[in-house]
Design a protein around this ligand. Sequence first.
Ligand SMILES: Cc1cc2nc3c(=O)[nH]c(=O)nc-3n(C[C@H](O)[C@H](O)[C@H](O)COP(=O)(O)OP(=O)(O)OC[C@H]3O[C@@H](n4cnc5c(N)ncnc54)[C@H](O)[C@@H]3O)c2cc1C
Length: 420
Amino acid sequence: MDENQTCDVIVIGAGPAGMMAAGQAALAGARVILLEKMDSPGKKLSITGKKRCNLTNTADLPMFIDHFSPNGRFLRQAFGRFFRDDLLEFFETINIHTETERGGRIFPSNGDAAFVTDHLSQWASEAGARITLRSPVARLIVKNGYINAVETRGKQTIPTKAAILCTGGATFTDTGSTGDGYRMAQAVGHSLAPLRPALVPLKTAGSTAQRLQGLSLHNIRFSVFFDQKKVIDAFGEMLFTHFGISGPVVLTHSGEIVDALRAGKHVSVSIDLKPALDENKLDARLLRELDQGGKQHIRTMLKHLLPAKMIAVCADQTDIPLDRPCHQVTAQDRRRLLTWLKDLRLEVTASLPLEAGMVTMGGVALKEVNPRTMMSKVVNGLFFAGEVLDLAADTGGFNLQAAFSTGWLAGRQAASFTLK
Ligand SMILES: Cc1cc2nc3c(=O)[nH]c(=O)nc-3n(C[C@H](O)[C@H](O)[C@H](O)COP(=O)(O)OP(=O)(O)OC[C@H]3O[C@@H](n4cnc5c(N)ncnc54)[C@H](O)[C@@H]3O)c2cc1C
């Protein structure tokens, strides 16, 4: 990198927020340098949506904001300026066509996240931003309350009138998002909301999950209890792993669970394997099947009711030997079986660490950032965009839309700040 280069805006981090911010600032007339520490831009973007990149969602504005609960209101201004339809129109102009799937999730038609990354970085560069790879930023330099320069880890100082911090969260760290931005923001006077993982798998007590590892359950009812009080009641898909539970319905609610565990609450989950049947209907079905089973072992009957992997676990936990003939199953046995099918309980002991979450909850405190401009209220000329802010949503394309919308706004505003 040329040490004497001058510029108006330095964007730190070439993820979706940084590339959008850099391109927009350049289009608005600013001289822009985009510094990325990795050897290619958008490493995380390229693995999003199982490498298919769930770009955004068809949800309306209030629902979108709801997905970022409790901090979604902060995004109202950014979404007001650049929302989903603007994003889709933007993608069309750079030859990324999109398709809508189940749950309103919008993906590139070719289902290729790396293609999105390539086109976005090419667009930012053609817009005039100079993308410099392998350039980790170490420090923001502030003078008299204004951003003055940034210092790279190689001790190069690059003077600038504005900087946009787009360093992302602190999860999936081998993509480059190692939480540097949090430390840099803190060092110039910003406070942080505590960092914790969201969209993260959970550890459970006992051996149930381990015995069922690899098993996916579809169409189950998933309820969560904090200190024995039911607080979440959801339907969906989940997965058992060697340490606990994961899968869409678990990940979606993991943020709330992480916060409850941090608050010292006892957390348990209940899995209803037969949500379409209430207890009376399920009991009638069990009675019928046991009756028809006659001298057959209960193992045979359970094969109609459960995935193969669950049969031995069910027998152990209900205390019904698998070689018991159906006609010898007692009313108490049947009651225990019914309870197990409707309320398979697991105690949640912890989440996997921050690094393993898909997004970071917490980050640069929103009260210190102007939502109309994304500019810091602590340092003039310092802007923020993307996951470095205290914003996190569940799955569905919401997080990327927030990165693009805040990146768009920060880029435009940083340019006008420097060109005033
Ligand atoms: C496996 C996975 C799948 C996901 N799938 C989806 C999905 O389908 N849809 C969705 O909406 N969201 C998804 N997310 C979340 C989404 O990827 C993030 O919210 C989004 O990438 C945040 O964008 P960002 O630009 O703020 O940060 P990032 O994408 O994290 O980019 C930050 C960039 O800053 C760089 N950087 C960091 N520190 C420095 C430094 N000191 N100097 C220079 N550069 C630095 C990093 O190398 C990185 O390139 C997924 C996340 C994961 C982990």
